[in-house]
Design a protein around this ligand. Structure first.
Ligand code: GLN
Length: 471
């Protein structure tokens, strides 16, 4: 086997047995990055020297017989909206082009504590707004399965880096689908945790009531290891919570899986539908009880999401004023500094969202748009609560279609927004969901979305691992 084919557990064993050193492993990954990057463009920055230095440090520890944790030496990549102390954090935006992170995000600190080795920062849509990574101010990222197609977004760089063997795992963030959809497009596993399961401290905010950091990896087991390393209550994020980590015993043989008819309707491509229906048949054969369910309010989710998320984004992005962070334009007075810095620093999609959100929050429209969206959100969530009284999991496609062509939707925001139709309801409900490779439409991967009740990530991982064996 080649070094990039090992899982986190295998890396751990081999390092302890001294079958290879951490330096060799990291060197191997850096070699792949050098070879693949001109084609793929997943990374915005590679921290070669720091990574090799950390590898040497770990090799020394192992040589001395010191204890090392499971993640020690695992080469990873971090979405460039998540702070890594001392490194640039651009959020894919010109306005933060020269911004250096003053501290580690909690999730990054946890990874570092366990000895994971950060290889670099990955590309994304500006401020995590988009579905294709094309809204990055810096570069195009190409899907390793077809270089003419997008990797999905907004964690497209992270998904690509995993798919192209440029790292063992990556961190992404998901507000309305940004881990799940690129995972699906690139044929890797990605988890959007329950809202609050992972600290958001050090994640550049898009929409604070929806944002979650989560892992992308080649296997469900690796995702589980990363999730367990980064989850839990953090005093720097008041919305974070501790979760029960005790291993649950979930068996495909005796679970109830709900299939919401609303997620298999108009707009779903035939090949995607057939692949997901094939998975459902296999789960049924393995003993799962399949039930038709209904999530009637999910049809309002897209409209609701684009009111809630843009409202929150318009407030969150107010802090980028040309004074406190990053790009600052000289001008005659303060107002002009704001206008010029924001005018030149933000790209068109970000400006569109700020305008939509500002409008939805403005007096006179607040009740009609923002408050109405909050009411719809409560109903969407209620549907999930009710359904989870009858079933343990919900299966749907992640995306109505596989990876689309670069340039195909970039000039039509509504078309782009429609990519999220099957992922945003889950975000609004705050429940966890895993994107699992389910099959291929020609050469393009298609992902299954496994959704469950709040804080049942461990149950999702078990079902994911069992499905991996039969798919
Ligand atoms: N595509 C969605 C959006 O543009 C979701 C993005 C995300 O999850 N960060 O808002």
């Amino acid at each position: 086997m080649e070094l990039h084919q090992f899982s986190i557990k295998q890396i751990h064993q081999h390092l302890l047995q001294k079958d290879f050193s951490a330096r060799e492993l990291v060197g191997h990954y850096l070699g792949i990055i050098k070879k693949e990057e001109p084609k793929i463009g997943a990374f915005l920055a590679v921290s070669e020297d720091e990574a090799l230095e950390q590898a040497d440090y770990l090799d020394e520890k192992i040589k001395q017989g010191q204890e090392v944790s499971l993640l020690a030496g695992a080469p990873c990549a971090i979405k460039d909206a998540i702070l890594v102390k001392g490194q640039k954090c651009t959020a894919g935006s010109r306005i933060l082009e020269n911004y250096f992170a003053p501290y580690d995000a909690t999730a990054v600190a946890e990874l570092k504590k366990q000895g994971a080795i950060i290889l670099g920062k990955t590309n994304l849509d500006e401020f995590a707004m988009g579905s294709s990574t094309e809204h990055s101010a810096f570069q195009v990222t190409r899907n390793p399965h077809d270089l003419t197609r997008v990797p999905g977004g907004t964690s497209g760089g992270s998904a690509c880096a995993v798919a192209a063997n440029e790292c063992v795992f990556a961190l992404g963030s998901d507000t309305g689908g940004s881990i799940r959809q690129p995972a699906s497009f690139c044929g890797v596993v990605g988890l959007k945790p329950t809202y609050g399961a992972v600290s958001r401290y050090g994640l550049i905010a898009h929409a604070s009531s929806l944002d979650q950091i989560g892992p992308l990896a080649k296997t469900t087991e690796d995702c589980q290891i990363i999730f367990n390393a980064i989850k839990g209550k953090d005093e720097n994020d008041a919305t974070s919570a501790d979760t029960d980590n005790s291993s649950v015993n979930v068996d495909l043989k005796n679970v109830k899986i709900g299939i919401p008819q609303e997620y298999f309707g108009e707009g779903l491509e035939k090949a995607t539908r057939e692949i997901i229906e094939g998975v459902i048949k296999k789960a049924q054969k393995a003993g799962a009880e399949i039930r038709k369910i209904s999530l009637p309010h999910s049809k309002y989710a897209l409209a609701c999401y684009y009111l809630v998320s843009t409202s929150e984004a318009s407030a969150n992005l107010a802090r980028f004023d040309g004074i406190k962070y990053g790009l600052s334009q000289e001008a005659n007075d303060l107002a002009e500094v704001y206008f010029k810095s924001r005018g030149q620093g933000f790209g068109s999609e970000v400006k569109r969202r700020i305008m939509l959100g500002t409008f939805a929050l403005s007096s006179g429209y607040y009740d009609a748009f923002y408050i109405k969206a909050q009411k719809a959100r409560a109903l969407i969530k209620q549907d999930f609560d009710q359904v989870f009284e009858q079933v343990d999991f919900i299966f749907t496609p992640v995306s109505p279609f596989p990876a689309f062509k670069i340039g195909e939707k970039i000039d039509d925001p509504l078309k782009m927004y429609l990519s999220d139709i099957l992922t945003v309801p889950i975000s609004l409900a705050g429940v966890p969901a895993l994107s699992l490779p389910a099959g291929k439409d020609g050469h393009l991967p298609v992902g299954l979305q496994i959704i469950s009740r709040p804080f049942n990530e461990q149950g999702i991982f078990q079902i994911g691992q069992q499905l991996e064996k039969i798919l």
